[in-house]
Design a protein around this ligand. Structure first.
Ligand code: RIB
Length: 304
């Protein structure tokens, strides 16, 4: 049985649904607003828990009702939240998400308590790193904390997975050799590498620039074009399942969690297929954690 530690963000999402997002300077009328537990780290932890993986999380929320709701939602799928700091001074992180009828979105995040995740909190939770098989991070907490967590995970001999989202052009070079698996989409891959990713050849070249820096495996999610796996030995593309998207929020988080729940360290194909099914279901449902399917739903998934 795998044991995963997620080190990352928790946000309350304010989802605003609209026919299309406004252009600069334009006002549009939206249809409705929903408040849903989100945050890339919490979404991944929630999805792992819902898929039956023993999961713990290190992060931070404020001492407010949103923070309480975030913790309760993680408890509902048995995620260990003892490593989540409840800040006396910062509010729970918030994300403002505009979702178009076609499911595409734009996200603005106010980090709040997420920026209180630091080396001290990481070191205080060393026992969670020691107990884990895999440590997963994203980039919505301060980079020094991500570096500290990756170094500690390595020191403890654990698999290190980094979801480079939101992508940062100043991603620290020292992190690359610590990463076993990373999962950028093509936009994040371009920001990360400073290389174009408009064509398949460009995506391959950019992914290879990461393996050349020491990353073990790069999983590039290409939306409707599937997932490309690039390692020193392998280059393979796996298909996506075509569905009618209503909201793509957290689809990448769901993909990564489902992949990790199914990955045995060797068989990428089956784990990627499981993840593609999971994220195909997630995009047909509104919201972040509200869109995550369970194992039975993923196994029963058929494209109609
Ligand atoms: O990946 C989706 C998530 O990004 C949202 O839940 C939002 O909180 C932002 O962190």
């Amino acid at each position: 049985m795998k044991n995963v530690l997620v080190v990352g963000s928790l946000n309350m999402d304010f989802d605003v649904y609209m026919e299309r997002r406004p252009l600069p300077g334009e006002t549009v009328m939206a249809k409705n607003l929903k408040l849903v537990p989100g945050g890339k780290g919490a979404n991944q932890a929630y999805a792992l828990g819902k898929l039956g993986v023993k999961t713990a999380m290190v992060g931070a929320v404020g001492k407010d009702s949103f923070g309480q709701q975030m913790l309760e939602n993680l408890h509902s799928v048995c995620v260990d939240t003892a490593g989540i700091l409840v800040s006396e001074t910062s509010e729970t992180g918030k994300a403002f998400i505009e979702v178009e009828d076609n499911g595409q979105n734009s996200i603005s995040v106010i980090a709040g308590a997420n920026y209180e995740v630091d080396g001290k909190l990481i070191r205080e939770n060393r026992h969670l790193f020691e107990a884990a098989d895999v440590v997963v991070m994203q980039l919505e907490i301060p980079l020094p904390a991500v570096i500290e967590a990756a170094q500690l995970a390595r020191e403890c001999g654990k698999m290190v997975v980094i979801d480079p989202a939101p992508a940062k052009a100043d991603f620290p070079a020292e992190l690359y050799p610590l990463i076993d698996i990373t999962k950028p989409n093509e936009t994040e891959l371009s920001v990360l590498t400073g290389m174009p990713t408009d064509t398949e050849e460009q995506v391959i070249a950019a992914a290879r620039s990461l393996t050349a820096k020491g990353v073990g495996a790069v999983l590039v999610t290409l939306g409707g074009n599937g997932t490309m796996l690039v390692t020193n030995e392998r280059l393979q593309t796996f298909p996506a399942y075509k569905v009618k998207a209503v909201d793509t929020t957290a689809a990448g988080d769901c993909f990564l969690a489902a992949f990790l729940s199914a990955f045995d360290g060797e068989n990428y194909a089956d784990a990627i297929d499981f993840a593609a099914r999971a994220s195909a279901i997630a995009v047909t449902r509104p919201g972040a954690q509200t869109s995550i399917p369970n194992c039975e739903e993923i196994q029963a998934f058929r494209v109609s």
